[in-house]
Design a protein around this ligand. Structure first.
Ligand code: FAD
Ligand code: SF4
Length: 490
């Protein structure tokens, strides 16, 4: 974790502290971010959250008390120096704010948009103890990163001179990008192999542009290219290239960041009907393959009455995408209550504003088809909440005999993902857990093969962007140490 107050900035931060009292700072209300109006935004793919103006950002940064023991930092999985970057915003030194962010986060413009701050840094902010709304850390992170991007003066980290060693990376999602950046900084030649035709992993094929514009991700990818990272698309490791091919090409190590892209289904009758598909397939068709855009060849079913099964971010992205694809009625079907939903609170609010109907405490038990084998309805079991289960959440219990039938012509199943089995199955000697994830040493992220490290969703199952990025950084540090130790031992 970075020092929260470095000697370099202690002086001006003390001056800022004296400028306003804590009482004056805490009396400022939390800023609201401008959003596109709901009835307009469902007609297009424009980014819903519009960002903060400079005045809003400086005012919000003024709320931060620059706590001597900032608990917000303990809530950040990568330990961003939160008061350090926020106080730079208060003194209107936006470039330095971005520099502080980039000390620990490779993709602040992405994290500022998609991290669940309300459950992480913001949930630990001292304002919560005062029964006030926390400092809008996520909004400020996004502001600093966006301001840097549009300024054209990049806060690029310095890279060491080439050290003559090269490493391979499987996949190009956030775990990979963060690993690649850290290894390039250390002077390694980094080669990223990606199965799809686009770089970015879920940031591109999963999260829709109305939440995370592709341009934001592309700028980060271009920055890595400028640091010397080489990207190869349409290359499936385990098929196009084997592990042995990679090692025979003289790579000193390999980082596996192949994610968890294998959709789960519920195993209920009717899941094979036409019109029932996974959210992965649906979102990939729309986000990556242009389904629905004029002139693009890939089709996708455009339902009129669409059900999305699940309560996570993927479910919210799917139902909001369905609205933008012209669905008149969209239902979220979730077996627990809204309080247990894993999706970000903001995504739930946005989905409701966009007209999505929430059928909570309902669980599908069967899909019914028409004479052409197309889905026409779903049968839903009504549920109630029982005792807490292993996850700590109250478990859903079926209400006997309470079944309802709802007419639908498309169903998008979004009930979780499993790790892609290709790498675990094609590389001999890699140990796999019962959940199908790669087994690693918790401290170093080294797999059972000494030259192979792994991180992100292939190790954690479906998790978050920031945790994947944290793994990328951790694996880079341990692989660097392992390679150098091996070289110095001859
Ligand atoms: P991924 O991003 O999955 O990238 C893995 C890459 O590896 C893919 O590009 C894949 O094509 C490639 N690959 C796989 N196998 C091979 C192979 N054999 N050879 C070459 N390449 C291969 N998290 C949040 O924090 N906030 C959110 O709001 C959020 N929303 C989400 C919405 C959706 C729709 C989804 C699906 C996930 C969301 N997540 C969110 C979760 C988050 O995106 C993931 O946890 C994160 O992307 C995992 O990063 P990763 O680098 O491990 O893998
Ligand atoms: Fe600022 Fe809140 Fe962190 Fe304190 S806990 S440093 S007020 S963001």
């Amino acid at each position: 974790m970075a020092d929260t107050i470095s000697p370099r900035d202690a002086g001006w931060r003390e001056d800022l502290r004296k400028k306003l009292s804590a009482k004056e700072r805490t009396s400022i209300p939390r800023t609201r971010m401008t959003e596109l109006p709901a009835d307009y935004r469902v007609t297009c793919n424009g980014e819903v959250n519009q960002g903060l103006s400079q005045e809003q950002a400086v005012m919000e940064a003024t709320r931060c008390l620059d706590c001597p023991d900032p608990q917000c930092v303990t809530g950040c999985p990568v330990g961003i120096n939160i008061p350090g970057f926020i106080k730079n915003i208060e003194r209107e030194n936006f470039h330095d704010a971005a520099v502080v962010l980039k000390e620990t986060s490779a993709l602040p413009a992405v994290c500022g948009r998609v991290c669940p701050q309300e459950r992480q840094c913001e949930s630990k902010c001292i304002y919560n103890k005062m029964k006030k709304e926390p400092v809008a850390i996520g909004y400020l992170e996004r502001f600093a990163a966006d301001t840097e991007r549009v300024s054209g003066v990049a806060a690029r980290p310095a890279c060491e001179a080439p050290n003559g060693m090269k490493v391979a990376v499987v996949g190009s999602g956030p775990a990979s990008l963060s690993f690649a950046g850290d290894m390039a900084k250390r002077g390694y030649e980094v080669h990223v192999f990606e199965a799809l035709h686009e770089i970015g992993g879920v940031l591109k094929y999963g999260i829709p542009e109305f939440r995370l514009p592709n341009e934001v991700v592309d700028v980060e990818i271009r920055a890595l290219e400028q640091m010397g990272v080489r990207f190869q698309t349409d290359c499936v490791v385990g098929k196009t290239l084997s592990y042995d091919d990679i090692m025979n090409e003289g790579f000193d190590g390999m980082f596996v960041a192949s994610g968890a892209g294998l959709p789960r289904f519920m195993g209920i009758p009717g899941e094979n009907l036409v019109g029932v598909m996974s959210s992965n397939e649906y979102l990939t068709r729309v986000n990556l393959m242009g389904a629905g855009r004029p002139g693009w060849a890939t089709p996708v079913i455009r339902g009129r009455r669409v059900a999305v099964i699940g309560g996570g971010n993927t479910a919210m992205d799917s139902c909001r995408t369905a609205r933008r694809m012209g669905a008149e009625e969209v239902f979220i079907v979730y077996r627990r209550s809204e309080a247990e939903m894993p999706a970000r609170v903001e995504e739930v609010r946005h989905a409701k504003e966009e007209g999505v109907t929430f059928l909570t405490l309902h669980n599908p038990v069967e899909y019914l088809g028409d004479e052409n084998g197309r889905v026409r309805a779903m049968r839903l079991q009504q549920m109630e909440l029982g005792e807490p289960d292993a996850s700590g959440r109250r478990s859903p219990v079926a209400v006997e005999g309470a079944i309802v039938e709802v007419e639908v012509d498309e169903v998008i199943v979004s009930v979780g993902v499993s790790p892609n089995p290709l790498i675990p199955n094609s590389v001999e000697g890699l140990e796999v857990t019962r959940r199908g994830t790669l087994a690693v040493n918790d401290e170093t992220l080294q797999t059972t093969l000494p030259l192979v490290f792994a991180g992100g969703d292939i190790v954690r199952g479906g998790a978050t962007v920031i945790l994947a990025m944290g793994d990328g950084r951790k694996a880079a540090a341990s692989m660097d140490e392992a390679i150098k130790a091996r070289r110095s031992n001859g």
